[in-house]
Design a protein around this ligand. Structure first.
Ligand code: GDP
Length: 188
């Protein structure tokens, strides 16, 4: 399925009616700097629908984008800022956990990794939280363009061992590798 329209609806920090609308939500989550903004912009073929996590003054909200008038892309704040620990009550972590505990109409989760770095302890912690909350998880390994073929297959194997039982798609927001595969999987 191609993306025909995408527009920002709203940013939330706590409970809001938009959460409970009868539209499927595709939630994007990952460490800050993993390329989450770049990937969403690549999927919707926009340069700046999503502002980079590094944009100064960007409030840490859960941002909802209406896609093809039938889905929400949900951009969660990036985790893994200095000293953040998912279990120690950091505010962003709390917001993320709260979102995944809310019962919504339908939800798929795109967990983004940096393909060169591989899964970090925080990524594995996030994976565990998502599994505990019975989420439908798709792992997307971004920045595949910086690896050669051999490094890519080795990293896919490494991720599959650490994050078993879920589909892993290598991609690059830079050269669009994996883009159609991701779209196919999230809209299926
Ligand atoms: P966010 O914090 O997760 O939203 O990350 P950004 O989208 O702001 O990207 C962080 C940095 O990674 C930027 O310098 C991007 O240019 C770079 N980046 C994002 N995607 C890719 C990719 O697929 N390949 C490469 N080589 N760099 C990328």
């Amino acid at each position: 399925m191609e993306i025909k329209s995408a527009k920002f609806k709203k940013g939330i920090r706590g409970t809001d009616d938009i959460l409970y609308e009868a539209l499927p939500q595709i939630a994007f989550i990952g460490r800050s700097n993993v390329g989450k903004s770049s990937l969403i912009n690549c999927l919707v073929r926009s340069k700046d629908l999503v502002k980079s996590g590094k944009t100064p003054g960007k409030t840490r909200e859960i941002n909802f984008f209406l896609v093809n008038d039938g889905f929400y892309f949900v951009d969660l704040p990036g985790y893994g800022f200095a000293k953040m620990n998912l279990d120690k009550g950091e505010q962003t972590a709390k917001m993320i956990q709260w979102y995944f505990m809310e019962k919504v109409y339908k939800r798929k989760v795109v967990l983004l990794l940096d393909m060169k770095v591989g899964p970090t302890p925080l990524d594995l912690e996030m994976f565990r939280i998502l599994q505990e909350n019975h989420q439908d998880i798709l792992v997307v390994a971004n920045k595949a363009d910086v690896l050669n073929q051999k490094e890519k297959s080795a990293q896919i194997k490494n991720i599959a061992i650490k994050m078993p039982g879920v589909e892993i798609i290598p991609c690059s927001a830079k050269n669009e590798e994996g883009r159609s595969e991701i779209l196919r999987r999230i809209f299926e």
